[in-house]
Design a protein around this ligand. Structure first.
Ligand SMILES: Cc1cc2nc3c(=O)[nH]c(=O)nc-3n(C[C@H](O)[C@H](O)[C@H](O)COP(=O)(O)OP(=O)(O)OC[C@H]3O[C@@H](n4cnc5c(N)ncnc54)[C@H](O)[C@@H]3O)c2cc1C
Length: 468
């Protein structure tokens, strides 16, 4: 069968040059296809049962689950640490493991939290099961978890292309300081958040850059804050209180300042999150509408948001005694992304299904967080409480026609409103666990991911501790 290499346009030049001249066969906005023998241009660095792309909450849990279920597993991550938005976006807390005080997410995600807690790097808030964490200990705990499971890590490596035979992915091409390399595998899991691998492979996507998206926010750590003050003690923790966790008193003061003509952009919250160190808080306040899958759009949004971080810090110093001596001790490695591409899977989870707690025959994951939709423009946010803890079916992790690809995390098949809940980290970890186990099972059964015995999958996940 004809083999094709799908790659981002940015990489098309490099690969096309390494191939026979004139071998670029088709081009579309952002995605190109090339035919030819590229094995010299991107030598095979490893052959695996399962390759996971992206080392965020979904990806590092997926890789651990896959390796523990007997699959030789590799994990590709473009940064030099694991954790995704938790550690590259300073997004805290990990929300939410429990619904009405009852834990609904278990297995490897919960094991991770307990390990981090034992290291002194996590604090679980009940009854919601939100988890505050130390960003640096999170990175350490995640890498220990995957390495102990026997996963091979390809860090500082960006996925830039994949080779397909029909709809079967044969290998992925990564770019790092060694140049171009490729990894072969029987099964692939896309946990890039943006659905990069699925998109490269040609899976139909629900959002492909255009349309309305939730805004990006550039989070940062402020130090020199009076975290012992009544205000901060009341608002730094996000469980067990009525109403929103946004810091309303500061919000009102900022809005007044803005109304008086202060040079302040639109903002969200603000939310002040514990980083488990006295005097420091992670701040979520900035926002900008941006398409994270478009380099120019995302760059310009991020540059503007960096300016905004310092505008808000100056304003906080002025309006609140708790912040009078504060300073920006660290900005996240990148601005946080709430929403981008999602696959059009065999089943698309809808908000109605999600909010009502609808169960499926192939339920493999849970979610407990309310629907939390930030307005793409302005300062608005819509919250909808779940009637019961939600379920996600296995069919939302696979596309109809792609026999060896699963997705996990915020790029699964869900409508915008359902995504606005299931995008939180505990749910993404739970989805990663299911994808990792399913990938290993599909190899053992010798069946396409669409044809595995979902009864066996559900039972394996239950045995692991998943509360499905
Ligand atoms: C501002 C903000 C506030 C939020 N607040 C909360 C909150 O309070 N609680 C909560 O639980 N969740 C919150 N979320 C949501 C949550 O953080 C994310 O939705 C969640 O982390 C998604 O997990 P993921 O594993 O799917 O993707 P990500 O966390 O995005 O991880 C994807 C990983 O893949 C890597 N990657 C991407 N592309 C490539 C590539 N081409 N090659 C190699 N590696 C790649 C990335 O570097 C990253 O490590 C918030 C998000 C934002 C942006």
């Amino acid at each position: 069968m004809d083999r094709r290499v799908f790659l981002k346009n940015s990489a098309a030049g490099a690969l096309a040059l390494a191939l026979a001249p004139g071998s670029v066969r088709a081009a579309s906005l952002g995605r190109s296809s090339v035919s030819g023998d590229f094995s010299k241009a991107a030598p095979v660095a490893g052959t695996y049962d399962v390759v996971v792309c992206g080392g965020g909450p979904a990806g590092f849990i997926a890789a651990t689950a896959s390796a523990r279920h007997g699959a030789k597993t590799a994990l590709i991550e473009r940064y030099g640490f694991l954790g995704g938005m938790a550690t590259m976006g300073y997004v805290a807390p990990i929300s939410e493991f429990a619904f009405n005080g009852e834990r609904v997410i278990g297995g490897i995600p919960w094991e991770f939290v307990k390990r981090l807690e034992d290291m002194g790097g996590a604090f679980v808030e009940w009854p919601k099961g939100n988890v505050d964490f130390d960003i640096e200990l999170y990175k350490l705990c995640a890498q220990r978890l995957v390495l102990e499971a026997g996963v091979d890590l390809y860090m500082h490596s960006s996925l830039i292309a994949c080779e397909t035979e029909g709809n079967r992915i044969c290998r992925v091409i990564i770019e790092n300081k060694n140049g171009l390399e490729s990894l072969q595998a029987g099964r692939f899991i896309d946990a890039t958040g943006d659905g990069d691998l699925a998109w490269l492979a040609g899976v139909p996507m629900q959002t492909d850059g255009g349309g309305e998206l939730q805004p990006s926010s550039f989070c940062f750590v402020l130090s020199g804050v009076d975290t012992d003050s009544e205000l901060m003690q009341r608002y730094m923790y996000h469980s067990g209180k009525k109403g929103s966790s946004e810091c309303k008193p500061i919000r009102e003061k900022l809005l007044t300042l803005k109304a008086k003509g202060a040079d302040l952009p639109d903002f969200g919250g603000p939310w002040f999150n514990s980083v488990m160190h006295k005097g420091s808080v992670a701040v979520n306040i900035t926002r900008a509408s941006a398409d994270s899958t478009d380099n120019r759009d995302f760059t310009s949004a991020e540059l503007r948001l960096r300016e905004d971080i310092f505008k808000f810090t100056g304003a906080l110093r002025k309006i609140a005694p708790e912040f009078k001596d504060c300073y920006v001790s660290s900005t996240a490695p990148q601005a946080g992304i709430r929403e981008s591409r999602r696959i059009l899977g065999v089943h698309t989870v809808t908000a109605d299904e999600y909010v009502s707690g609808m169960k499926y025959e192939d339920s493999i994951s849970r979610g407990a967080h309310q629907i939390d939709m930030h307005a793409s423009k302005g300062s608005g946010q819509v919250l909808v409480k779940l009637q019961q803890a939600a379920y996600v079916p296995y069919r939302a992790l696979i596309a109809g026609d792609f026999p060896n690809l699963l997705v996990a995390g915020r790029c699964i098949s869900a409508d915008r409103k359902a995504l606005a809940s299931l995008r939180v980290q505990a749910s993404c970890m739970s989805l990663g666990q299911a994808a990792g186990v399913a990938a290993a099972q599909s190899l053992k059964e010798g069946r396409a991911v669409q044809d595995i015995d979902t009864g066996v999958l559900v039972q394996t996940l239950r045995n692991l501790g998943a509360l499905i």
